[in-house]
Ligand binder design. Structure first.
Ligand SMILES: Nc1ncnc2c1ncn2[C@@H]1O[C@H](COP(=O)(O)OP(=O)(O)O)[C@@H](O)[C@H]1O
Ligand SMILES: Cc1ncc(COP(=O)(O)OP(=O)(O)O)c(N)n1
Length: 273
């Protein structure tokens, strides 16, 4: 019997390979699920920033979604760069009756400071997509836009997590602490319990694509049937290793290393410890 699990990413591109669709597909491959992609926007970007963006016509995004769902139905999916209100509405309409894990990485602004989601769409994502999510994975600035208050501490991360689940309607949320100081602590809230995932902060500027890689790993693990707590735990180790062994490529912020975990030998989660 064919046991392979499949995952779909719906996102924008990064021709330099560190973020977006390219990072998602590399992560799916490393996490041993069959990866598929629907492209929303083609982005001319590299390790130094974004040069130009072309959004694909909405009917063409719809055709790509149809190609996937009419043929290889994914076991889980994630969305990344969904820049316009039209794209959000299309996605909400397509996914409303799909009973598979849906991970939303609410990509708004790249680390380079370039805008990846139209300003007016930022609030719309709360009503159109977040209620459909199995888990949302905002970084600190994205969390602040979703909840409308400042998030500067562990306590305010927990307060924001409650708002995202109980008021915005996502089943769970992982608020990523990469933008705060000190240890890199992410907070998972599933509507009942909080779980902390903490790693030592790696002192590097080569963190291009961390959020995409982390959310793609969570998607892959959910596709394999892991619980949310297991999926986030495995993905936290995966992204920590990818940052620790990140690549000094390009002239700006180099990409994370998707095979970083292999450089450490067999990680404990692979040994079933
Ligand atoms: N320098 C770092 N060292 C270790 N982990 C980090 C570092 N920067 C970010 N992370 C982790 O990487 C993941 C992605 O977080 P973040 O960089 O905040 O996302 P985004 O790319 O969306 O801004 C989180 O698990 C976060 O804790
Ligand atoms: C097409 C595309 N999608 C998302 C991002 C943002 O990626 P992220 O993982 O948040 O990392 P940074 O690029 O912000 O370092 C992107 N750049 N491009």
């Amino acid at each position: 019997m064919n046991q392979v699990k499949t995952a779909l990413t719906i996102a924008g591109t990064d021709p330099s390979g560190g973020a977006g669709i390219q990072a998602d597909l590399k992560t799916f491959q490393e996490r041993e699920v069959y990866g598929m992609s629907v492209i929303t926007s083609v982005v001319a970007q590299n390790t130094t920033g974004v040069e130009a963006i072309e959004h694909l016509p909405i009917d063409f995004i719809e055709k790509q979604l149809h190609s996937i769902f009419s043929d290889i139905y994914p076991d889980a999916l994630k969305s990344g760069m969904i820049a316009t209100i039209e794209m959000m509405e299309l996605l909400a309409d397509t996914l409303k009756d799909k009973r598979i894990p849906f991970v939303i990485d609410p990509v708004m602004v790249a680390k380079s400071g370039d805008t990846l989601m139209e300003e007016k769409s930022r609030r719309v994502i709360r009503e159109s997509l977040v209620p459909l999510a199995t888990v949302v994975t905002p970084n600190i600035p994205e969390t602040e836009i979703l909840v409308d208050f400042k998030v500067e501490s562990y306590e305010s991360m927990k307060k924001a997590a409650k708002v995202i689940v109980h008021e915005l309607g996502s089943k769970a949320v992982v608020i990523k602490g990469g933008h705060l100081n000190g240890a890199a602590t992410d907070v998972l809230y599933d509507g009942k319990e909080f779980f902390d995932f903490t790693a030592e902060r790696t002192n590097t500027k080569h963190t291009h694509g961390t959020g995409c890689t982390f959310s793609a790993a969570i998607t892959a693990e959910l596709a394999k049937g892991k619980t949310m707590e297991e999926a986030v735990g495995i993905s936290k180790q995966f992204i920590t290793d990818a940052i620790q062994y990140s690549l000094e490529l390009g002239k700006g912020n180099g990409p994370t290393n998707h095979w970083g975990y292999r450089l450490k030998g067999v990680p404990s989660y692979e040994k079933g410890e």
